[in-house]
Design a protein around this ligand. Structure first.
Ligand code: HAS
Length: 543
């Protein structure tokens, strides 16, 4: 059973890891540049500059790797947790191939240094039209994969009237619905503003409107990355630790809150933008604080589930259960370290979200410090941990667990040093997305040098860890001789709790989601459209 779904997830992983291998390659180059060792000139003419490398790094890692992994992983989770094949597997395949076509179209200008617009693609920087078309087609492909999951889920519900769907399928589908809703912003940006402008059909673009539509998608994007990790933290890790999910009800409630609260908060990325009145920024700041709660619920619920597992394994006393967790299992260890580091990333999020404190860190190296703890660790590191059971599950071949354990601890150590350096140098005033080597040589005090050196050292450790990760996966998939049978670690709820009907009823939640989005965005978007200032021509600033 699930032969097609296995193939689907396998191909998604191949594309995800191919993207990650190229995207991640540029990470150490950037870290070394910050430490004063710039290797980019040696890469000419293949890679023109730091900015081309940074664009490839951001797009391939943050957008392409994550989206391929998420659509593949969640497709598999939906099918297996519902214990039925996808209703329309051809739709999932069509989604996959559409994503590949979009990626190829966008890759050409990226590799030719024609689209070094960084992953936020802010106008008035202008790339060729086919770059934007490629990125749009890529997103449409991910929608199709999402539709396939939603249809399968809806068919299950129809066949099982009144029954509560398994948490794993429910949470996966919420993630794809969130993605569907939030990408309406970037779809509007691309189709109405950017593509006509890049094609020369209109003379100029409204930069502020484009940024607003981008962040409509850009913030919930981070929860599209995070929630599949949460599917595993809630729905699989407790099983890996011999535990059970402490509260299924609370886990579902957290996912509904993410769906409700993650979109109407995009202005917290635009606190310093002109043209957005303070009142709107303040409203988004309050809602940003609200979106902490589902993560705090998660911290409590997941910790309680793991504590139960640790005690089942013989852990005693206040903290003795922690020692008994399965620290010898690289899949578990990577994800538990990712969670622990996410506590720091989340604390940084509180600082970023504060309207006034944000002014200290906005557009400084602090921000990449924050997002390497979140998307670079809570998310990517969790995905690595998931692959440590998923790849043997798919191939039937064992991975080298000891090497994988080394990889996990090195990732944690490297990321802590690397992002400590970035946070620190950001507080000293170093800008983000900027070559720092020259600035540090000329203006840097001792503190600048220590902080930037930490970034370089951390980046080097991450490089070693990344190489070990690829070694473990490639060796496990193609060269391992040891056969294994790895089951999907689906965790069960701790008690026979009955999930309340209001957590199973989609309609009121979806109405609330759209109502809150309209309240938080519509007046401002109408204002930006009616006061339209679509006059900016395109600029190519990176050559
Ligand atoms: Fe963020 C900027 C605010 C979370 C990613 N963020 C970014 C950017 C990225 C990013 C990529 O308000 C840069 C965008 C750009 O290019 O300009 N962020 C937040 C807030 C949260 C947050 C409030 N961010 C994330 C996540 C990301 C991510 C998650 C990726 C996946 N972020 C901001 C703001 C900015 C920003 C501003 C703009 C800054 C600027 O000025 O440019 C919150 O969601 C965080 C809540 C999280 C927690 C932590 C809960 C902890 C858990 C772990 C529990 C541990 C356990 C372990 C159970 C409160 C769940 C137990 C241990 C055992 C041993 C058992």
């Amino acid at each position: 059973m699930f032969k097609t779904e296995k193939k689907l997830v396998g191909w998604h992983i191949v594309l995800a890891l191919s993207s990650l291998s190229i995207g991640a390659f540029f990470g150490p180059l950037q870290a070394w540049e910050h430490a004063g060792w710039n290797l980019y000139p040696a890469m000419q003419p293949y890679i023109a500059s730091y900015y081309q490398g940074l664009t490839l790094h951001g797009i391939l890692n943050a957008l392409v790797f994550t989206t391929f992994f998420i659509t593949g992983f969640l497709t598999y989770v939906v099918a297996t947790s519902l214990d039925r094949p996808m209703r329309y597997p051809k739709l999932s395949w069509a989604g996959f191939f559409t994503m590949v076509v979009g990626l190829l179209l966008a890759a050409v200008p990226l590799l030719l240094n024609l689209a070094s617009v960084l992953y936020t693609m802010y106008p008035p920087m202008m790339a060729p039209w086919y770059f934007y078309v490629g990125m749009t087609v890529f997103v449409v492909g991910s929608w199709m994969s999402g539709w396939s999951m939603m249809i399968t889920f809806a068919t299950w519900r129809k066949d099982n009237p009144g029954a509560t769907p398994p948490f794993q399928a429910f949470a996966s589908v919420i993630t794809m619905v969130l993605w569907q809703i939030c990408t309406l912003g970037i779809a509007a940006e691309m189709l109405i503003l950017v593509i006509p402008w890049a094609l020369g059909l209109v003379p100029g673009i409204d930069v502020q409107l484009a940024r607003t539509l981008f962040w409509f998608t850009g913030h919930p994007l981070v929860y599209f990355w995070l929630l599949p990790a949460y599917v595993s933290w809630y729905g699989m890790m407790p099983k890996q630790a011999d535990g059970k999910l402490f509260s299924d009800t609370m886990a579902r409630f957290a996912f509904w809150l993410f769906l409700l609260l993650s979109t109407p908060i995009g202005f917290h990325h635009q606190y310093v933008d002109p043209g957005v009145p303070a009142g709107w920024k303040y409203l988004h700041a309050i809602l940003t604080y609200a979106v902490f709660f589902p993560s705090l619920l998660t911290a409590f619920n997941v910790a309680a589930s793991l504590e139960y597992g640790g005690r089942q394994r013989g852990g005693k006393g206040l903290l003795g259960w922690i020692k008994k967790l399965p620290w010898g299992d690289p899949s578990y260890t990577a994800q538990n370290l990712a969670m622990i580091i996410f506590i720091l990333g989340g604390a940084g999020g509180v600082i970023n979200a504060s309207y006034n404190v944000n002014l200290v860190i906005h557009n400084t190296a602090w921000v990449p410090g924050h997002f390497h703890l979140t998307v670079g660790t809570a998310v990517t590191f969790s995905f690595m941990g998931i692959m440590y059971w998923l790849v043997p599950h798919l191939t039937g071949k064992a991975i080298q667990r000891r090497v994988a354990l080394w990889q996990a601890w090195l990732w944690a150590a490297g990321m802590l040093i690397f992002s400590r350096g970035l946070h620190w140098i950001g507080l000293l005033g170093a800008p983000r997305r900027t070559m720092l080597g020259v600035a540090i040589d000329n203006y840097g005090t001792g503190e600048w040098q220590v902080a930037s050196m930490m970034t370089g050292v951390g980046g080097t450790i991450l490089l070693i860890s990344g190489l070990l990760f690829f070694y473990v996966i490639i060796h496990g998939a193609f060269f391992s001789k040891e056969e294994v049978v790895v089951e999907i670690p689906f965790a069960e709820p701790l008690t026979d709790e009955v999930v309340p009907a209001w957590l199973n009823n989609w309609k009121p939640w979806l109405i609330a989601v759209f109502a809150l989005i309209i309240i938080a965005y519509a007046p401002m978007i109408i204002n930006l459209v009616t006061d339209g200032a679509a006059f900016s021509p395109g600029f190519v600033v990176w050559k």
